[in-house]
Write a protein that binds this ligand. Sequence first.
Ligand code: TRP
Length: 334
Amino acid sequence: MFNDKKVVFSGVQPSGNLTIGNYLGAIRNFGAFSEEYHCYYCVVDMHAITVRQVPAELRRRTYETLALYMACGLDPQKNTLFVQSHVPQHAELGWVLDCYTMFGELSRMTQFKDKSAKNADNINAGLFTYPALMAADILLYQTELVPVGQDQKQHLELARDIANRFNQVYGETFVVPDGYIPKEGAKICSLQDPTKKMSKSDPNENAVIRILDSKDDIIKKFKRAVTDSGNEIIHGEGKEGISNLLNIYSCFTGKTIEEAEKEFKGMGYGDFKLAVGETCADYLKPVREEFARLMADKAYLEQIMAQGAEDAYKNARRTMSKVRRKIGFTELKH
Ligand code: TRP
């Protein structure tokens, strides 16, 4: 069904707590790739266990992440949606690539430094080699394009280096992937500190709007959003709070910032925040409803997982047998 198309691959950790930043900057736009590309969207449960997980929660969030992808408009008949641990070639190629990734390279990864500072009592080897597994995810499918956030740019660069290194030693084996990093315009900031990016792990819940937040919560959080001591609803320097709200409004409505400024001219900050909150909550309502419907139908989600894993497996197996041959593993003859 997908043959000959170029490949898009992206992974999301099963945290289930994605924000409107993840939605507007990434997931919402993923669907558009499926005309031109064979798209793989993977729930990376193997990456998730680099930090300690409660098993029942990991399992539930894996379902949730899949359901959320679908509720955000990713059609499982047009995209391959699957769970990383269901396709054993990820672990297999991950190990091989560990042997083509340098200690020094891994030591320079800023995410490793951040996460090991946060998890000082559990700096395990998986946390360290995380980027080699991520490279395996990408390279297994001969991926051309990887839509990721700015924070994954360094990992993607490393995946490219690993691919090039392997190709140099063994001849063309992997496609060297490009990143697809959303433009600045799509950057959604924290509602409590609008100079910072909205982060799904922000300890202050008021700073973050999650895709699945209730309408009441969304409105409450927008009402508490930090602004400035002025009274003009315009985009610009020194008005990071108002600028962020205008940007969010513009992303949800498709209106330009200038159109939004005109629309709200003369309005008080309180009413403006309420209007943005209502727009956001109304826009996300069908996503929330579809998510609830999908989560009530586990059997259907399991069918999608099985279908995705089967499709991913077929393609992953092809790359993996090429790799095995090139590095000199013997073939098991039956
Ligand atoms: N590391 C990514 C993150 O934390 C998730 C991820 C794992 C990923 N494998 C990937 C993203 C492959 C893109 C491609 O967000």
